[in-house]
Ligand binder design. Structure first.
Ligand code: ADP
Ligand code: 2PG
Length: 387
C-alpha cells in the first residue's frame, strides 16, 4: 500500500512539512507497513521555500533586506539541491505578516526588499530563480523591486519617487540603471498564487488592497497609479503588463517582475508540482492525502489541494483532503478531483484551540480517513457492487 501525503500549510497552525508528518503518523498507526511518501506542497505564496528545499535536499540562506515599511528585516531564501536554482518568497521580505495591523498602508509599503533578496540569491550563486509571490503588504507594482535592481523611477522634475503605491501617481519616466545586469542571464520563473490582472475591478488594488489597509478612496488611487505604471513601462521599456494573468498578484509585483526582471509568470501550484516531482510520486500511489487550512469556493482556482487532486485523478489515484475549516463552496472541489474532504475539528471548538491542537487533530483525522479508505478497499475486494 503506497500513500502519497502532499498537503499545503495550515496557515497560522502548521507548516506543510508538519502537516505531512501528522498525516503520516495517522496512517502508520493503522498500517505500520504502509509505504508513505511525504511531499510538502505550496501554491506559490507562503511556504514555497520550505516545500522546494525539503523536496530537493536544498539549503536555507538568510540575507538582510528592506522590510515593507523601510526597516531592515532578516529574510530567508532557499538554494535547491541542484545548487543553481534559488527559491525566494516575496512575503519573507515584503509580506503582510511583517506589518502590524495598525501600520498597514499600501500607499507606502514597498517591494524593495524582494528585489534585494533576488540580488542576494544571485550573489550566492543562483543562475535560475523561482519567486513565490502572494501574501504581500504592498501595492506598488514592483516599483520598489525595480529601484533595488537599479531602475530609476523619476517624477516630472527628474527626482526619484519615494516608496509605495502612492508616489507612483507622480511617475513620469523610467530609466534602466546600472545594477540591472546583476540579473542578466538569470532565468526567473514566478509562482503566482492568483491569476488577477494588474488593474480594474479584478485587479490587485480592488481585490487585495483592502486586506492591506486600503480604504475605498485609496483603492481608487492605487488602481489609477498601477494603470499609470503600466503605461510608462510600456512606453519606456516596451513591455506590456496591463492584461497578463497573474500580473496583479502580490500588489502588482507579478507585472513588475515581468517588466523589470524578465520574469515568466506561472501558476504557482503547477510550478511546485514540477519542482517536487509530484507526478512520479503519484503514478505509483494507491491513495493521495492532501489538505490545507481552509477549503472553500476559492480552492478550485489553483489552490494546492485541488491542484494535487487533479493530478492524482489523472493517474487514477483517489484523493482525500483533510482541512481545518470548510467554507462555502467547498463542494466544488469534489468536481475537481477530491473524492472526499473532512474537517480535522472534532466539534464546535474555538479557532485558537483548533490551531493549538492542529497536529494531534490532523493525525487523528488522517487515521480515520485511512480506516475509511481501507474499509472501502475490502468492500471492493468482496465484489459487492450494491453501492
Ligand atoms: N488548525 C486549523 N483549524 C481550523 N481552521 C484553520 C486551521 N488552520 C488554519 N485554519 C483556517 O485556514 C485559514 C487559512 O487558509 P489556508 O488554506 O491555510 O491559507 P491560504 O488560503 O492563504 O492558502 C485560516 O484563516 C483559518 O481560518
Ligand atoms: O499578496 C497579495 O496581494 C495576495 C494575492 O497575491 O496574496 P494572498 O493570496 O495571500 O491574499
Amino acid at each position: 500500500m503506497r500513500v502519497v501525503i502532499a498537503p499545503d500549510k495550515f496557515k497560522g497552525s502548521l507548516t506543510a512539512s508538519q502537516a505531512a508528518q501528522a498525516m503520516a503518523r495517522g496512517v502508520r498507526s493503522v498500517l505500520p507497513s504502509a509505504e508513505i511518501e511525504q511531499v510538502p506542497m505550496a501554491d506559490g505564496g507562503e511556504g514555497i521555500v520550505e516545500a522546494l528545499v525539503a523536496a530537493t535536499g536544498g539549503t536555507f540562506h538568510t540575507a538582510e533586506a528592506t522590510g515593507p515599511l523601510g526597516k531592515p528585516v532578516q529574510a530567508r531564501f532557499g538554494m535547491l539541491g541542484d545548487g543553481r536554482t534559488a527559491v525566494v518568497e516575496m512575503a519573507t521580505a515584503s509580506g503582510l505578516v511583517l506589518v502590524p495591523a495598525d501600520k498597514r498602508d499600501p500607499l507606502s509599503t514597498t517591494t524593495r526588499g524582494t528585489g534585494e533578496l533576488l540580488l542576494a540569491a544571485v550573489a550566492a550563486g543562483a543562475r535560475r530563480l523561482i519567486v513565490g509571490i502572494g501574501g504581500s503588504a504592498s501595492n506598488d507594482g514592483g516599483a520598489g523591486l525595480a529601484q533595488a535592481l537599479g531602475f530609476r523611477l523619476l517624477d516630472s522634475d527628474g527626482q526619484e519617487i519615494g516608496p509605495g503605491g502612492g508616489p507612483l501617481g507622480r511617475l513620469a519616466r523610467i530609466e534602466p540603471g546600472g545594477r540591472t545586469p546583476g540579473l542578466s542571464g538569470v532565468e526567473i520563473a514566478v509562482a503566482c498564487d492568483v491569476t488577477n490582472p494588474l488593474c480594474g475591478p479584478d485587479g490587485a488594488s480592488a481585490v487585495y488592497g483592502p486586506q492591506k489597509g486600503a480604504t475605498p478612496e485609496m483603492v481608487a488611487e492605487l488602481d489609477r497609479n498601477l494603470t499609470r505604471l503600466a503605461q510608462v513601462v510600456e512606453r519606456d521599456l516596451g513591455v506590456s503588463i496591463a492584461t497578463i494573468p497573474g500580473a496583479g498578484a502580490a500588489g502588482g509585483l507579478g507585472g513588475g517582475l515581468v517588466a523589470f526582471a524578465g520574469g515568466r509568470l506561472e501558476r504557482g501550484i503547477d510550478l511546485v508540482i514540477d519542482a517536487v516531482g509530484l507526478k512520479d510520486h503519484l503514478k505509483r500511489a494507491d491513495l493521495c492525502l492532501t489538505g490545507e487550512g481552509s477549503l472553500d469556493a476559492q480552492s478550485a482556482f489553483g489552490k494546492t489541494a485541488v491542484g494535487v487532486a487533479r493530478l492524482a485523478r489523472s493517474f487514477g489515484c483517489p484523493t482525500i483532503a483533510l482541512v481545518g475549516s470548510i467554507g462555502d463552496g467547498a463542494e466544488k472541489a469534489l468536481d475537481e478531483g477530491i473524492d472526499a474532504y473532512f474537517s480535522i475539528c472534532p466539534g464546535p471548538i474555538r479557532l485558537e484551540t483548533a490551531v493549538a491542537e492542529a497536529s494531534n487533530l490532523l493525525e487523528k483525522a488522517a487515521e480515520q480517513a485511512f480506516r475509511g479508505f481501507l474499509a472501502g478497499s475490502r468492500h471492493r475486494k468482496r465484489g459487492d457492487r450494491r453501492v
